[in-house]
Design a protein around this ligand. Structure first.
Ligand SMILES: C[S@@+](CC[C@H](N)C(=O)[O-])C[C@H]1O[C@@H](n2cnc3c(N)ncnc32)[C@H](O)[C@@H]1O
Length: 221
């Protein structure tokens, strides 16, 4: 598990998410309040420190607030730039103190139990024109019998407003919304084996609230 990604470079946040994070933050500055970036499952926080230092060098430290959240309280050492806070907590239980203009999650959802719950929570934390962007493998969402949830889930994600790029395995969402998936979280398997990244990952199991008696998400079409 790589907890040390940089902001840029061949294995960096920009490459993994397909955006230039500094440009995205810069394009949102200019309002009376700071731009707020939340990075879920931030690992060591290295990429966030790099971003905060770049902002400082560009005289923009006051214009952007960065929060990193990770389950494991094992962050980069040393004093942090004033624009950055690193917080220990779970994406499935943590409560933010406000909305965010940018929410990212770089290869973190692979390890979360209730992934659909995490997606719902992230969408509800966005500002009106906020952007959520994460690496997400739809095959990690399983029916109660272990089968992949399939295209019905992808369709449900799209119906709820998410954009899923199946080739790059990225999910995104624009704007604030209370998303409610019609699925119930059953539990997770942390011995699911490697996913497309080659790293061991966690499968998450759900049943359809509409078809609970059939014991799982609807069959793929
Ligand atoms: C592969 S690392 C990625 C770290 C960082 N985003 C990076 O790319 O360097 C996945 C991270 O997800 C964190 N994580 C796993 N489950 C989590 C949860 N429920 N809430 C918050 N963080 C979680 C792990 O502690 C780990 O640091």
């Amino acid at each position: 598990m790589n907890r040390e990604r940089s902001l840029s470079g061949s294995n960096g946040y920009g490459r993994e998410l397909g955006i230039d994070i500094m440009a995205e933050l810069g394009s949102r500055t200019g309002a009376s309040t700071p731009v707020r970036w939340l990075d879920l499952c931030c690992g060591s926080g290295r990429a966030l420190v790099e971003a905060a230092m770049l902002l400082g060098e560009r005289g923009m430290a006051e214009q952007v607030e960065i929060i990193g959240l990770d389950l494991v309280d094992y962050f980069v050492g040393g004093p942090l730039p004033s624009s950055l806070r690193l917080i220990s907590g779970s994406v499935t239980g943590w409560e933010p103190d406000g909305r965010f203009d940018l929410i990212t999650c770089v290869h973190g959802l692979h390890y979360v139990g209730d992934k659909l719950g995490a997606l719902s929570r992230a969408a509800s934390w966005l500002s009106g024109d906020g952007l959520f962007l994460a690496n997400f493998d739809v095959r990690s969402i399983r029916r109660a019998n272990g089968a992949p949830a399939g295209r019905r889930l992808t369709a449900q994600l799209r119906a709820q407003g998410f954009t899923y790029d199946s080739a790059r395995r990225r999910i995104s969402y624009h704007g604030h919304r209370q998303v409610q998936f019609p699925y119930r979280y059953l539990g997770a398997d942390d011995h699911a084996g490697p996913n497309y990244t080659g790293q061991p990952a966690v499968d998450s199991f759900y049943e359809s609230l509409r078809q609970a008696v059939s014991g799982g998400l609807p069959e793929a079409e």
